[in-house]
Design a protein around this ligand. Sequence first.
Ligand code: ADP
Length: 203
Amino acid sequence: MFISLDGIDGAGKSTQIDLLRTHLESQGKVVACFRDPGSTKLGEAIREILLHREDIPLANTSEMLLYMAARAQLVADQIRPALQAGATVICDRFLLANVVYQGVAGGLDVEELWGVGKCATGGLSPDVTVVLDIDPEIAVTRLQRGPDRLEKRGIEYFRKVRQGFLEQVSRASPYSLVVNATQSIESIQNEIRQFVEGMCGTP
Ligand code: ADP
């Protein structure tokens, strides 16, 4: 099974992925966790450019295609082999984020992005996408580090991102869940577990 967690930075993705991983491993499952962009040599190099190399100017379309290239490598090198080996794959972000950040909020054509995404992933989509939904003004107060290139885009951009996640999530996967991410860490985790376990048919 392939699960993706998404939402704006500070929503709690890493926190929930760690807990879900521990839970699934305690049930005897083999779990492979990745981040998009990242988790391959190419993907990490692209991630560095996208988030931290502000000395390298990026046109909107180049930025979008770099995310797509990182994801193509991630699917080929990591996700497909892990799924073929029978692992449960949990990915911190996937194509949905690209469509929302560069399309809905960034102004690129949303339909085109879903199309380019299909090419980049070879048509692989998560079985389940979980969006952690939170007001960006609350999320930003949770971040302890300085803002990266994306996070400097301002609150209006992030309001569009939040709306974009809600509008587009049902297209990301056959099954999708939106969780109120202002709840306690435990309540959010319980909602995610119940949803995932409902899909596995396990109690
Ligand atoms: P993301 O991966 O989405 O950027 P993190 O999991 O890194 O988010 O969480 C960002 C910060 O918010 C961390 O300090 C984390 O402990 C805290 N946090 C995560 N979930 C919650 C929650 N439900 N309520 C309050 N704080 C949270």
